[in-house]
Write a new protein. Structure first.
Length: 549
């Protein structure tokens, strides 16, 4: 060995001068950071270990989603290692309750499409991870919350990307939402561990009074569980061990539906159903599976207030127009129910309205309004500017609905004559069909809803005959659906009607305070709603409309 080789070796460890210098610099940097932040080297190692585990867990959740087309339910936080079902998901996927084990908590979300979440232990063994992944770097169990609907069989394939707005909400330190639509959240309760369940299933009590820590553990300052809501706070850690009661040291991770997308997921627009609740002066929004999403509107004449609203229509950008009939105006809202603008005042001049009922949006985004008691249809652009109008044929009484077909022609209900009239895109009268009566192709003297299906056929709510009738584009009778009653497929004063992109027919069964869904062949599919003023309740549901998100 040459002398040069020996000159740079030090002691038994064999460090070179350069290597020793690097080690000393690293030690100094770590010591400096530790002194400045108040975090010991041991605590730093635990923090880094927890962060690495959370990253591995999130990767495992994604792999589980790919393999099973769903997410797992939580497990039971109160179990200890060696006990049956430790680290295993709850027994019933799609509900995450019942059987052994079961998730520890469930609760409703805020304004989300799928509104119930379940929370419990991380099902590490179900994910194929070692048991040590049940706990964070401080030896306390990870909390795992999941939108229950995303644990059902085929959950991801069942809903278009972005249509599943999850039940989990994550906010910042000031309560501002980072996400109102997450499908899962993963929580470590940090160094103080307040509210966490230990490795052996006991509750940790560090006496924390930090309001954001109490939100994450759904517990009080004594660690006792309180009511569960799927809301979590993600913020910068304080890590002030001298003031642990005021310190926030939790770690929170979450994912929204689109973040777990794969190349074979369904794509396309999310279509929502809007229901105009006439007597409750509001509009309610429902997801494709009839899950309640949100509502907007109160009684009055101000912005976002209604007086007997009757119909609604959605445009291609997700906006919703509502015929605020008693206030003689149209109001426009975003898909989130945010007020955008209004147009129309009481009167008979251009741009004025007298009892507007039906409303439709054409392919250019222009809005056509059935100005019932002025016996005309008026056209406005998307910002509410008056464009044109045309008079209604043989009008001696009010009209109660309007629809636009694929050719741009207008179909208007004339309740005074019990007829349906067709007009060209320029407003010229083309033809009409129907007469007063209860026979095939006849109508009662109160027609209230009209819709055009994807094949161009016309569906009419024959309100006082308690049925829905279908006609082809030439006015030839095709079928009648429904009879009087309150059973499935029966009606009590059907009013609004809408057809989705698959051709299913949705009917506002006003007198039964519900919405019914039928196939295009007239077979009953499902129903939802009941009387009342709460979510998914109706007092007098009138118009229906579909809108994209």
């Amino acid at each position: 060995m040459t002398g040069a080789g020996r000159a740079h070796s030090w002691g038994a460890g064999g460090f070179t001068l350069l290597e020793l210098s690097i080690v000393l610099v690293i030690i100094a940097l770590v010591a400096g950071m530790t002194i400045q932040s108040g975090i010991s080297v041991v605590e730093t190692a635990r923090l880094v270990s927890t962060q690495k585990k959370m990253k591995t867990i999130q990767d495992a959740l994604m792999q589980y989603r790919i393999a099973n087309d769903r997410l797992p339910c939580p497990g039971n936080l109160t179990l200890a290692p060696g006990i049956a079902n430790y680290g295993i998901e709850a027994a019933n996927s799609g509900t995450c309750t019942g059987g052994t084990p079961a998730a520890n908590f469930s609760g409703a979300g805020l304004t989300n499409t799928f509104s119930t979440a379940a929370e419990g232990a991380l099902p590490a063994l179900t994910l194929g991870l070692p048991p040590d992944f049940m706990v964070d770097g401080w030896g306390n169990q990870f909390r795992y919350a999941v939108d229950i609907s995303m644990t059902a069989s085929g959950a991801f394939a069942a809903v278009n990307i972005g249509c599943a707005n999850g039940a989990v909400t994550v906010t910042d330190a000031n309560g501002n939402a980072r996400s109102t639509s997450s499908i899962y959240a993963l929580v470590s309760h940090g160094a103080n561990g307040h509210g966490a369940y230990t490795r052996n299933g006991a509750i940790m009590n560090a006496g924390s009074v930090n309001i954001n820590e109490l939100t994450n553990c759904h517990c009080n300052s004594s660690g006792t569980p309180t009511s569960y809501a799927p809301t979590y706070v993600q913020m910068q850690q304080t890590l002030d061990f001298a003031n642990a009661q005021d310190s926030y040291d939790d770690l929170v991770a979450y994912k929204e539906r689109w973040q777990m997308q794969t190349t074979w997921d369904r794509t396309g627009k999310c279509i929502y159903l809007y229901t105009v609740d006439y007597s409750n002066d509001r509009v309610q929004k429902f997801a494709p599976g009839s899950q309640y999403v949100l509502q907007f509107g109160t009684s009055g004449s101000g912005n976002s207030q209604f007086s007997g609203p009757q119909f609604a229509a959605g445009d291609s950008w997700g906006n919703v127009y509502v015929a605020d009939t008693g206030n003689n105006r149209i109001q426009k809202f975003s898909s989130l129910g945010t007020y955008l603008l209004q147009f129309g005042t009481a009167g008979s001049g251009n741009g004025q309205l007298n009892y507007p009922t039906g409303i439709a949006v054409d392919q250019s985004g222009n809005v056509w309004v059935d100005d019932a008691d002025n016996f005309r249809v008026q056209e406005f652009n998307a910002t509410g500017n008056y464009l044109t109008q045309f008079p209604l044929h043989n009008a001696v009484g009010g009209t109660t609905g309007i629809a636009i077909d694929g050719s741009g022609n207008f179909w208007v209900l004339d309740w005074a004559h019990s007829t349906v009239n067709e007009y060209s895109s320029a407003g010229a009268y083309l033809t009409g069909f129907g007469s007063s009566g209860s026979g095939i192709g006849q109508f009662s003297n109160y027609l209230f809803g009209i819709a055009i299906d994807p094949s161009g056929n016309v569906w009419i709510s024959d309100t006082h005959n308690n049925r829905v009738q279908e006609f082809d584009s030439s006015g030839h009778f095709l079928q009648a659906v429904g009879t009087s009653g309150s059973g499935n497929g029966q009606f009590n004063s059907p009013q609004g009607i809408a057809v989705d992109t698959s051709g299913n027919v949705w009917v506002a069964d006003a007198g039964n305070y519900r919405i019914q869904k039928f196939t295009n062949a007239g077979a009953f599919v499902s129903a939802f709603g009941s009387w009342g003023t709460g979510n998914s309740n109706f007092s007098d549901v009138a118009g229906l409309a579909f809108g994209s998100q």
